[in-house]
Design a protein around this ligand. Structure first.
Ligand SMILES: Cc1ncc(C[n+]2csc(CCOP(=O)(O)OP(=O)(O)O)c2C)c(N)n1
Length: 293
């Protein structure tokens, strides 16, 4: 997507998810069909993990009519109700409110709702209101903070009193856990426990997944405010490399791992090729599609 953006194929802006993949994949691996997910403006990561068709998603990001939202939402606002994706939100923290509503009905239906958000969102009133409301009503929610150490250009220490995001749950008597967000298995296990608790009527959980974005915040940000040794240390903990090494260490034959990687790359390449060949949406249908969404 970064390369396509530089070629002018992705309009508007981009907020890449590279480096944070283990969070969305690990959490969504713990969900079952019918559960809900609310993503952020790095929404393509959450959408793919929720099960959105890669071809429909690539077309959406490239603003094509074959996109899952007809090419009018982009990565930042993609919705895919078929796969439980309630929405992705350009407004920081907005997904937390969306899952409160979904989870109210989840108390009757046994469905669980997940909201992804960044560390910057935890300094908003919205975060505290949402945690309080969810805990008071015992809602089946997993709040997943993707703590990538920066809110746009601001380091965590300069914005977040105490620095302990999971610790903020104590004020609401809510279950919480801090987890290595670059370790797919650690995220999946923590999420599975939180989902099971929520489904069983045990109420919400706050998960703080410690991770890092490989790129700057968005298109206009080279990320140069980050110390090079910090970037290097995190690049060395690329969640995709960690996952590959873990599979090999667990005895999965290298040819199986290679084949899975090749197959994923082929799927994405084909998705992008199809998207590039697809038409842009017809301006005449704009109003109808906006109201339908
Ligand atoms: C309510 C609101 N305030 C401000 C912004 C502008 N803004 C966009 S991203 C961002 C930083 C958010 O950082 P964080 O929540 O840590 O998420 P990350 O980008 O690290 O995933 C801000 C302030 C916004 N989109 N919405």
């Amino acid at each position: 997507m970064h390369r396509l953006f530089l070629k002018g194929e992705v309009h508007g802006t981009t907020h890449l998810y590279s480096g944070q993949e283990a969070v969305a994949v690990g959490v969504c691996a713990a969900l079952t069909q019918g559960d809900w997910v609310a993503g952020t403006y790095r929404g393509h990561g959450h959408a793919l993990a929720a099960g959105t068709d890669p071809a429909g998603l690539a077309a959406e990001m490239l603003g094509r009519a074959t996109g899952v939202c007809g090419g009018r939402a982009g990565s930042m606002n993609v919705i895919d109700l078929e796969h439980g994706l309630l929405g992705c939100y350009g407004i920081v923290g907005a997904g937390m409110g969306a899952v409160l509503g979904a989870a109210l009905s989840g108390r009757r239906t046994g469905k669980v709702a997940v909201a992804f958000f960044g560390d910057g969102a935890t300094n908003q009133a919205y975060f505290h209101e949402s945690l309080n409301f969810a805990q008071v009503l015992g809602l089946p929610i997993v709040f997943v903070c993707e703590n990538n150490l920066y809110g746009e250009f601001t380091p965590l220490a300069a914005s977040t009193a105490g620095g302990d995001i999971a610790g903020r749950a104590k004020a609401y008597a809510m279950n919480a856990e801090k987890v290595d967000g670059n370790d797919l298995w650690a995220v999946r296990d923590a999420a599975a426990a939180a989902v099971e608790r929520a489904r069983g009527g045990g109420g919400p959980t706050l998960l703080e997944a410690l991770t890092y974005r490989h790129f700057g915040h968005s298109k206009s940000d080279p990320g140069s405010y980050r110390p090079p040794e910090e970037v290097e240390a995190w690049l060395a903990r690329d969640p995709l490399v960690i996952a590959r090494e873990r599979l090999l260490a667990d005895g999965v034959p290298v040819e199986h791992v290679d084949a899975a990687e090749t197959s994923a790359a082929d799927t994405l390449r084909r998705a992008v090729e199809a998207a590039l060949a697809a038409p842009y949406p017809d301006p005449a249908t704009e109003a109808a599609q906006e109201f339908a969404a």
